[in-house]
Write a protein that binds this ligand. Structure first.
Ligand SMILES: C[S@@+](CC[C@H](N)C(=O)[O-])C[C@H]1O[C@@H](n2cnc3c(N)ncnc32)[C@H](O)[C@@H]1O
Length: 203
């Protein structure tokens, strides 16, 4: 007799769409009139929960494919009593291209993503023309795409892709421009003496 694996129950604070094959409505992700921010590849979630705690007037969604990390972030959100942050366990590119509602995101953060340093793996990098178009489509007018990496070659790659894409306005991003907590990986890289570079792009 074939054993059936029991379905996994979602964590508290996990966002699970009822249908993964239709585009979501903004009302499923953010309460009326509130800005929606997305943290793609949120990892262990420090940035997400610090941001959510600092901005109770905004709603946040972390996207992360690793179950262990999703569980950890959901637990932390619960422990802090945050009601404006949730986590979606899903692949980032799919989420951006097919799931998130168009013209509805005020800020999309992509922080310390895997740089895929080997030439033969560059096609796995998230920042590609189709991805930039999808980000453009889901940002509301005036919305921002914020990217940081410790990897100089990936940074150059991103700059070139953004220039070729041609639609975003690049803004200055001095460290004190606005509240922007450090991510877990940023803290790790900086403790090793690495320097992060960032792109701040406005629709
Ligand atoms: C290098 S870590 C950075 C995490 C976090 N942003 C930070 O700066 O601390 C990259 C994270 O993105 C997740 N990740 C990588 N590729 C992904 C993908 N295609 N979809 C969803 N999550 C992804 C990884 O599991 C990991 O948690």
């Amino acid at each position: 007799m074939e054993m059936q694996r029991p379905a996994r129950l979602p964590e508290a604070h996990e966002f699970t769409p009822d249908d993964y094959f239709r585009r979501l409505a903004k009302s499923e992700l953010a309460r009326a009139g509130r800005p929606l921010e997305i943290d793609l590849g949120c990892g262990d979630g420090r940035f997400l929960w610090e941001m959510a705690a600092h901005h109770p007037e905004r709603d946040f969604l972390g996207v992360e494919r690793l179950l262990g990390r999703v569980r950890k972030v959901c637990k932390k959100i619960g422990k802090l009593g945050l009601t404006n942050a949730r986590v979606l366990r899903l692949e980032s590119r799919y989420t951006v291209e097919w799931l998130l509602p168009r013209e509805s995101v005020s800020r999309l953060h992509l922080l310390c993503p895997d740089p895929w340093p080997k030439l033969k793996h560059h096609r796995r990098r998230l920042i590609q023309e189709e991805f930039l178009q999808a980000v453009w489509d889901l940002l509301e007018p005036g919305g921002e795409f914020l990217f940081k990496t410790d990897h100089p070659e990936y940074f150059k790659w991103a700059e070139n892709k953004v220039t070729a894409f041609g639609k975003f306005a690049r803004l200055d991003w001095p460290e004190d421009a606005f509240f922007y907590p450090k991510t877990d990986f940023q803290l790790l890289w900086e403790s090793q003496g690495k320097v992060l570079q960032g792109l701040r792009l406005r629709k």
